[in-house]
Ligand binder design. Structure first.
Ligand SMILES: Nc1nc2c(c(=O)[nH]1)N[C@H]1C(S)=C(S)[C@@H](COP(=O)(O)OP(=O)(O)OC[C@H]3O[C@@H](n4cnc5c(=O)[nH]c(N)nc54)[C@H](O)[C@@H]3O)O[C@H]1N2
Ligand SMILES: Nc1nc2c(c(=O)[nH]1)N[C@H]1C(S)=C(S)[C@@H](COP(=O)(O)OP(=O)(O)OC[C@H]3O[C@@H](n4cnc5c(=O)[nH]c(N)nc54)[C@H](O)[C@@H]3O)O[C@H]1N2
Ligand SMILES: [Mo]
Length: 767
């Protein structure tokens, strides 16, 4: 039977109630191997099998001394009834005494594919039935972009839905300049599911059609699937300077498209003065940029001239905005595309981005699929998602965000379902201190005994996509998948829906939460609502029965491949943008009016707090790139066979340039200690000259595994880069996460290697 995951559709083989194997979907031209981690994990030893409560929480409740034992305590297995009574009583106590704004249930995380059992939607719906919760705004993925883009262009999701199709590039593009490349490792996944992986085959077709590729990135591998790609190994976090150097060359050569700038943009002049050095005395020339980016000036001037002569597409990986001043490379890339004047032409302009997820650039129609309605949240104090530690540390504290001064709520209870903050958040040692001191109660619904579960007070066992019925769908994917239940729930695990249904009964809101429906009735209802919506945009879909018995439906491809901003180019008055000027805002009077010292009214170069040009390199000379892992989705299935096989002496593999390794007496296969003032972790070593010198690459995803969990800042044994990363907002405007702005040093680890315990379940005890 078919199941859908964020990394692909698989046919699941089952024998005698046991999952025995997976076969990739037959219509997938380039399936992801990550699915092979599923069989060993779902019925394996790391599953949470019973509801469990931390021992000292059972004995001493919410006392500060008990909170400090989070992560270090044994668990006691309890009955479902006892666990849910405890959770219901705490929710009641906290909301009655402190109000719903004392509950943080933003619950960021990708959870699993499947639109009904989407854990984050389930917890939000449940909390809304109770009167609301503190939510989060934005994502770790696109923190800076999602806030910036509506001010200067349009909503990020609307923009993504019109992203120029690969087939348009195949027919018209001559030069694809990709900042951060088009990493095929990332194109394995798509939020909600992806039934056909097309990026690698498409890049081959583009090459065959004569498209030239330029990879501006610290990593050659970022464009490894593009045949013949040229590599410009820039310093990390310096792309804005690089693009300013390109812009300076275009203006100095008088090759910028003045007609386009006048007709479609506002307001070019202040930016021009900044680039040419008329406003601050510093010309942002190729020579100026070359020093910052550590590439030859001719590379920049030559590239600018090629870009002006060719049909050029500029691609900018999401990673670039996940750093200090992350809005600048995005604003600057759009501005650069305005200077070239090719926005709205087939195969030209910009893309934000091809690669981060596999669906971008697919020739697909946007069909809104089934969704679980979440209801209305009565609590109106959401936080920017990556400001969680700040929030826990500063109840009542003020912060700037997107033109407003906001106040952090005072959080007493945290409810998490479908995310792993011990994976996703930065500066984990600081995060753990806040997690262990402030909240009185932490409830987590989890499938596996990962750190999010081990550091909670009450853990409720959630089942997996194989143990429940669901609908696999993503707005731009070509298939909708009937995800039938293939095995019985493991041990006592339940779906998040069943957990919240019973909890809502104990809290007197069952009818409101369930609307009288069980799983089967919800699937039919959600499908029918979506089918009606599809009908309105001219797409006929079969009845629920026909869909369910067929196992899938296919969405027809559009006749014309998408070209972003085509209509705007045709008629910028009739099809004006939703910005104050209706045009692309190279200068934003609104942003300028905020008077932020870290984000002026047009794109500008700011040196990040940590980078290869900063004085801190004397102590920490390597820029840490903690990019997305190729062998898993974030922390999901880190314990699976595909991820485990990629580890070195049981640790996550870090890649170094041969000279950086040699200078430290390090060779491939060694274990090293990676450290800075925020923390230290161990990692295995790979050596590759496709990494820019001065850059260390340690993917995210290793389950947080401190050597001594009872002490602060203990050595992390497994290779979780977030003990090293910077936790600071991108700027006052966007407050996104800045994981990619981090300096470290690396040394050979000497002494006895501590055993990795991340994949051991916690200790259990009786009361
Ligand atoms: N250093 C660094 N850090 C980063 C990034 C980076 O580039 N560098 N990238 C960031 C980005 S872009 C993102 S999106 C985040 C990702 O961070 P997350 O989305 O939080 O990471 P996941 O590992 O996907 O966490 C999902 C969790 O949900 C659980 N789960 C799955 N299905 C279900 C279910 O049905 N029910 C329940 N209850 N639980 C379920 C899984 O077991 C897992 O623990 O990480 C961010 N962190
Ligand atoms: N296999 C797999 N795929 C995934 C995910 C996963 O966990 N596993 N996560 C998904 C998620 S949630 C997201 S948000 C997307 C994220 O998509 P991205 O944010 O684009 O992904 P990253 O892997 O962080 O970065 C891509 C590349 O950008 C380069 N880069 C980083 N910083 C800079 C810089 O300052 N300048 C330049 N020029 N290049 C830089 C790095 O070399 C890196 O390999 O990926 C998605 N895809
Ligand atoms: Mo993400």
């Amino acid at each position: 039977m078919l199941t859908s995951t964020h990394w692909g559709v698989y046919d699941i083989a089952v024998k005698d109630g046991k999952v025995t194997g997976v076969t990739p979907f037959e219509r997938d031209p380039d399936p992801s191997p990550i699915g092979h981690s599923i069989p060993g994990a779902v019925q394996g030893p790391m599953r949470v099998r019973h509801p469990a409560v931390r021992k000292s929480y059972l004995e001493h409740g919410t006392s500060p001394a008990s909170r400090r034992k989070r992560g270090a305590d044994a668990f006691v297995n309890v009955s479902w009834n006892e666990a849910l009574d405890l959770v219901a009583a705490e929710l009641k106590r906290v909301t009655t005494q402190h109000g719903n704004s004392a509950v943080f249930a933003g619950s960021y995380g990708w959870s699993s594919a499947g639109r009904f059992h989407h854990a984050q939607s389930q917890v939000h719906r449940f909390m809304n039935c109770l009167g609301g919760y503190v939510a989060h705004l934005g994502t770790y993925s696109l923190g800076a972009a999602r806030t910036l883009l509506p001010r200067i262009l349009m909503d990020m999701d609307v923009m993504r839905s019109q992203q120029t199709a690969w087939v348009s590039l195949e027919q018209h593009c001559e030069l694809l300049v990709a900042f951060g490349g088009v990493p095929s490792k990332n194109a394995q996944v798509n939020s909600g599911g992806i039934s056909q992986h097309e990026v690698r085959p498409m890049l081959k077709r583009l090459a065959a059609a004569g498209v030239k590729f330029v990879n501006v990135s610290p990593l050659r591998q970022d464009f490894e699937s593009a045949p013949g790609a040229e590599w410009v190994p820039v310093r990390p976090n310096t792309d804005t300077a690089f693009m300013l150097g390109l812009a300076h060359t275009l203006i100095a050569d008088d090759k910028h498209d003045k007609a386009f700038l006048a007709k479609y943009c506002t307001d070019f002049e202040p930016f021009r003065k900044y680039v040419m050095g008329e406003s601050d005395g510093v010309a942002k020339s190729a020579a100026w940029a070359a020093q910052i980016c550590d590439v030859p000036a001719e590379t920049i001037t030559n590239l600018a001239r090629r870009m002006a002569q060719s049909r050029t597409m500029i691609n900018v990986a999401w990673a670039l905005q996940r750093g200090d001043h992350g809005e600048q490379p995005y604003w600057m890339a759009i501005t650069l595309a305005c200077l070239l004047g090719q926005i709205g032409t087939p195969g030209g302009g910009f893309a934000l981005a091809y690669g981060p997820v596999g669906i971008e650039g697919a020739n697909a129609r946007t069909v809104p699929g089934p969704l679980l309605p979440q209801g209305m949240n009565a609590v109106k104090t959401p936080i920017p998602v990556a400001r969680i530690t700040d929030m826990l540390e500063n109840p009542g504290g003020k912060y700037d965000f997107d033109g407003k001064v906001c106040t952090y709520p005072d959080i007493r209870l945290i409810y998490w379902a479908g995310g792993n903050p011990f994976h996703h958040h930065q500066d984990l040692n600081r995060f753990v201190r806040a997690w262990r001191s402030k909240p009185e109660t932490i409830v987590v619904n989890e499938q596996y005994w990962n750190p999010a579960a081990k550091f909670a007070d009450i853990v409720l066992p959630a089942n997996t996509m194989l143990e429940r019925g669901d609908i696999g769908s993503s707005n731009r994917d070509r298939h909708m998948i009937a995800m039938k239940r293939v095995i019985d729930p493991v041990a006592e695990s339940r779906s998040d829906y069943d957990i919240f249904s019973e909890l809502s009964g104990k809290l007197g809101v069952k009818e409101k939460f369930t609307e009288g429906r069980n799983e089967a009735a919800w699937l039919r209802h959600m499908y029918d609502v979506a089918r009606e919506r599809a009908k309105k945009i001219g797409i006929e879909q079969p009845s629920f029965e026909a869909f369910w018995s067929e196992g899938l439906i296919e969405v027809p491809a559009p006749l014309e491949p998408a070209v972003m901003l085509k209509k705007f180019r045709e008629d910028p008055v009739a099809n004006k943008l939703p910005t104050p000027s209706g045009k692309i805002e190279i200068t934003s009077p609104t942003i300028a009016s905020f008077h932020y010292d870290d984000c002026p009214g047009h794109p500008a170069w700011f040196a990040p707090v940590e980078w290869l040009g900063s004085p801190l390199t004397k102590k920490y000379p390597l820029h840490l790139m903690s990019h997305q892992p190729s062998t898993k989705l974030h922390s999901q299935y880190d314990h699976g066979s595909v991820s485990v096989a990629s580890k070195i002496q049981g640790r996550e593999a870090m890649t170094l340039h041969p000279q950086d390794a040699a200078a430290r007496g390090i060779k491939a296969g060694d274990v090293v200690r990676v450290f800075n003032d925020r923390g230290a972790c161990l990692a295995g070593v790979k050596i590759d000259d496709g990494v820019r010198q001065g850059v260390a690459v340690l993917p995210t995803g290793a389950w947080f595994d401190p050597l001594d969990v009872t002490v602060d800042n203990s050595l992390e044994k497994h290779g979780n880069p977030n003990v090293l990363t910077l936790d600071k907002g991108t700027s006052k405007l966007t407050q996104g996460c800045t994981a990619h702005t981090t300096l470290v040093e690396v040394e050979l680890f000497k002494g006895e290697l501590p055993r990795v315990t991340a994949f051991d379940p916690p200790a259990f005890t009786s009361r």
